[in-house]
Design a protein around this ligand. Structure first.
Ligand SMILES: [Zn+2]
Length: 931
């Protein structure tokens, strides 16, 4: 084991670094201010001594944040990277791997590598120091960018007794993990006091000898927001002078990982860990972040969905590039995915900044859609309602629109939602005030409508007729002249009666069918095969039926199979004495029964049926004085549950909405399964599907609460719950808590809300060590905040791996983009679908690239191979995630997509292609990891 060409044995690597949470217990701008002197000092140290090394935390966000304030230091920073002294990237930000989507992780690496290459090149190690566990597909994502190594700490199982392991994704992709078994500050304690360095180092190496198998350990010297240590070189050279037989060697993490053997034989000898890393064995994984500030998780998913839709519409309609806007939106999403950002475990300012950033990302997506839609509208007949289906699958669409028709002319097959107000203005004005009326008119516009007529029914009366559409004529000058004339003639003391009337109009629900990713006219009549029938307590479309009991609980039946669950959607509210990181149970005071229930049909079908269940629960306002139980002050908490069945859909949509009125509690909703004492659950997320047992692995100072993340769906006992964001769930067997026998089936229990008042409590019932400061975060109580949760119950996929569950989840979460035509009568389709999926492989991303090529990312979530079954024009190559071509001209229909595989395809540009620039030369020390 040597380093820097000399032959002195290395006793231990020392990797100076700082772990930089870009925002956490302080907001981003405070931490950025603190970052400036840290990097200023670091650059001086790197300039002054060639031997100094520093690892900038695996993310490029710090580089960008610094250079935005100190652009004059760009060259010095870049020179340090190029000299190999400073390691940056490969990520743009250290994301939480469960609170964002797979595509956000891909865009994160894409951006991080691009930024790092602009300043000298990225560290070729997927460094994941502090994330609260790791997603199953991360090795596949890293490999997709040619990264063969990772370095991490939290989540690895107790069985790993070495300093390295092979981490295998669901598709079999493997990376070598430099296992930081005692955290990212392992070497911190070895240098204080400085006169004990020799002994502390020797003891450390001795203590971990069995794990190290003769390797020098990777000593991580740094912690959160730490400045580089100026006397480090001095300390090391003095140690090495005393111990010529065992040197400490300063290195970047990239250099250390590159020094490890990557020979096939040596790699084969390492233990293998499959899939996600969520063990509590050697570090806390803080699972309560999944259910705190759930609005952040919803905002993340909304922004991701919006940008996904915007890119697909952009690709479908073509025209001037909108890529920079999309990229801007994705950058905001990536920044927000940081492990103290979307997680919600920071101060209130951080949560507000993150929420705003995610709103801006979603609005950026809306902006892209806004400027792309006219190209689509122009190809649809004027006035015709239509919708853009962003899904890769053909599907039925529904959309609300406003039709300006008389009551008798609401078309058959359209579902009437509401009649809109006809009288927009009705007022009595003195003559002197009548010029006001003129000032309200802009051209033809009045109150957001177009004036299509006016009349003077009496000597001092005026009626405007206005329309949502710009038809008819209005001569402003003639009107103004006539009004002045009448005012001059009339009695100056009389009041004028001015009325503005709109043409009758109705909000209606229309339906249509899109053949693939394309625009479809929303038609009326006969478009729904399975219409929804609604009675006082029932929604039924022939595929799925729900029956509401008097107490507000619900039976769901999948009609083709007859499979059913009863007594669904019960609510349980419990006290929470924990913090933003971990749920903290209290001894008593769970509330399970409502005191009032009101059930009301809101929509009658035939396209969409809705029943609203309003329940009032009497909840304790907070905890008692010492926090051990719930307090005695009680407040009525109203919770609305909207059940929705759509024509032709084989699942039930559920939306639970309430304004949270009490603190320190956890509210969960129960969905029964069709099994009892289930072995576990299956849940999707981050481009993969993970099978989980019922019990977590403990070992460190945290109780392994079996609450888990799910995005897209969670499945247990033959029942699927479809989700539109990351949600926390637990599989619960009823009755066991109270110790009483029960034959009720197991339940999927979803957390709707966790409300707490402290970022991290010092004394936590389920966690030994504080996760941060005991900081007040009143914002995390969500008092007065609207909590809105969407999910669906699907009984049609009893065996998830042989079902259409992925297509259903896609259909559930994407609402089409509505548009009204502005063009000539035209033959459909208005756009040629760039790509349509006919099998079970999901389209996850489709975007135009700068060189005119189109890139599609598809995922086979199933644990067996599936044929691709894609129809798309043009010639497509298969690439890795970085865009490097792996296979030319792949057959889109027949291609077999292996189990759990992320597939990236690239359509060759129709314009003369720009030659792909050669990939930049990799840094010296990482060559061997590439071999
Ligand atoms: Zn951190």
């Amino acid at each position: 084991m040597t380093q820097h060409g000399d032959a002195v044995p290395t006793a231990m690597w020392i990797i100076p670094h700082t772990h930089w949470d870009r925002e956490w217990y302080e907001p981003h701008d405070v931490f950025r201010a603190r970052l400036i002197p840290v990097i200023d000092q670091l650059l001086t140290l790197l300039d002054d001594a060639d031997e100094y090394r520093f690892t900038l935390d695996g993310q490029t966000a710090m580089v960008e944040d610094y250079l935005a304030i100190r652009p004059e230091n760009a060259e010095r920073l870049s020179a340090a990277v190029t000299r190999g002294q400073l390691a940056v990237g490969p990520f743009a930000i250290l994301m939480d791997e469960f609170c964002c989507d797979g595509e956000t992780m891909v865009r994160n690496l894409e951006r991080g590598i691009r930024i790092a290459r602009a300043i000298g090149g990225e560290m070729r190690v997927g460094y994941l120091p502090d994330m609260f566990g790791h997603a199953a597909q991360m090795p596949q994502i890293l490999k997709g960018f040619g990264l063969t190594d990772a370095a991490l700490w939290r989540g690895a199982p107790a069985a790993v007794g070495t300093d390295a392991f092979r981490w295998r994704a669901l598709d079999g992709s493997e990376v070598r993990v430099e296992y930081l078994w005692d955290g990212y500050g392992s070497a911190l304690k070895l240098f204080d006091p400085p006169d004990r360095v020799d002994r502390l180092v020797a003891e450390y190496v001795q203590a971990h000898a069995s794990r190290l198998c003769g390797h020098p350990p990777a000593g991580m010297f740094g912690t959160d927001h730490m400045s580089p240590r100026a006397d480090m070189l001095d300390l090391i050279s003095r140690h090495n002078a005393r111990h010529p037989e065992a040197h400490l060697v300063l290195a970047t993490l990239g250099e250390v990982v590159a020094s490890r053997s990557h020979d096939a034989v040596d790699l084969q000898a390492l233990p293998v860990v499959d899939g996600e890393l969520r063990s509590h064995a050697r570090g806390n994984i803080l699972p309560g972040v999944l259910s705190i500030r759930t609005g952040l998780k919803a905002a993340m998913a909304r922004a991701e969905r919006g940008l996904t839709t915007a890119e697909r519409l952009d690709a479908a309609v073509g025209g001037a590039s909108r890529r920079k806007l999309c990229e801007h939106g994705w950058n905001l999403v990536v920044e927000s995915s940081a492990h103290d950002s979307v997680t919600g475990c920071g101060c209130d300012d951080t949560a507000e900044d993150t929420l705003t950033r995610l709103h801006v990302a979603a609005n950026t997506a809306r902006g892209v859609i806004d400027i792309a839609l006219p190209r689509l509208a122009g190809r649809i007949p004027a006035g015709a309602p239509a919708a853009f289906n962003q899904s890769g699958w053909a599907r039925g669409l529904q959309g609300e629109t406003v039709l300006e028709v008389s009551a008798n002319d609401v078309p058959e097959g359209a579902q009437l939602i509401e009649a809109l107000p006809v009288v927009l203005g009705d007022e009595w004005l003195p003559v002197a005030d009548m010029p006001r009326v003129l000032r309200r008119i802009h051209g033809r516009e009045l109150f957001g409508h177009a004036i299509c007529g006016y009349r003077f029914p009496t000597a001092d009366g005026l009626v405007f007729e206005v329309s949502r559409h710009d038809h008819g004529t209005f001569d402003h000058a003639a009107f103004s002249q006539e009004l002045q004339h009448r005012l001059a003639r009339g009695h100056p003391e009389k009041l004028w009666h001015v009325v503005t009337r709109a043409l009758p109009s109705y909000r209606v629900l229309l339906t249509g069918r899109a053949a693939g990713m394309s625009a479809a006219r929303l038609l009326t009549g006969g478009a729904v095969e399975h219409a929804v029938h609604v009675s006082e307590r029932t929604l039924d479309n022939g595929l799925v039926r729900i029956d509401v009991d008097d107490d507000g609980l619900v039976a769901v039946t999948d009609l083709p199979s007859g499979r059913a669950v009863a007594r669904a959607l019960a609510l349980t509210d419990e006290g929470d004495r924990g913090d933003s990181y971990n749920y903290g149970p209290v001894q008593s005071g769970a509330v399970t029964r409502p005191t009032e229930v009101d059930i009301k049909v809101e929509e009658q079908g035939p396209l969409r049926g809705r029943i609203r269940i309003r329940r009032v629960h009497r909840l304790p306002v907070g905890l008692n004085g010492d926090g051990s139980s719930r307090g005695s002050d009680i407040r009525d908490q109203t919770i609305d549950t909207l059940l929705e069945v759509r024509g032709d859909e084989r699942f039930v949509r559920v939306r639970v909405t309430f304004v949270n009125l009490v603190g320190n509690h956890r509210l969960r909703v129960h969905v029964p399964t069709c099994g009892r004492d289930l072995p576990g659950s299956v849940a999707a997320g981050q481009y993969g599907v993970t099978l989980r047992g019922r019990v977590g692995e403990g070992g460190w100072g945290e109780f392994p609460l079996p609450t888990y993340p799910a995005a897209r769906f969670v499945h247990a006992g033959g029942v699927a719950v479809l989700t539109d964001r990351t949600m926390e769930y637990e599989i619960v067997t009823p009755g066991t808590d109270a110790g009483e026998a029960s034959d009720r089936p197991d339940e999927i229990v979803l957390t709707l809300l966790r409300a707490v008042g402290l970022m991290s409590v010092n004394l936590h019932p389920l966690r030994d060590e504080p996760a941060g400061a005991e900081l007040n975060v009143p914002g995390a109580q969500y008092l007065g905040t609207t909590v809105d949760t969407n999910f669906a119950i699907d009984l049609s996929c009893p065996d998830w791996d042989d079902s259409d569950i992925i297509r259903h989840a896609d259909q559930f979460r994407f609402e089409p983009v509505l548009v009204t035509g502005t063009g000539e009568e035209a033959a459909e389709p208005a756009v040629t679908p760039p790509l349509t999926t006919h099998g079970r492989v999901a389209l996850e991303s489709l975007r135009r690239l700068d060189d005119g090529a189109l890139e599609a990312r598809l995922v086979n979530y199933y644990h067996h191979p599936e044929p691709l079954r894609v129809r798309a024009a043009g010639e497509w190559d298969r690439t890795d995630l970085s865009g490097a071509v792996m296979e030319e001209r792949v057959p889109l229909w027949e291609l077999d997509v292996p189990a759990a595989t992320i597939l990236t395809l690239r359509r060759r540009p129709t314009i003369p292609s720009v030659v792909t620039p050669p990939r930049e030369k990799r840094r010296e020390f990482s060559q061997e990891t590439e071999a």
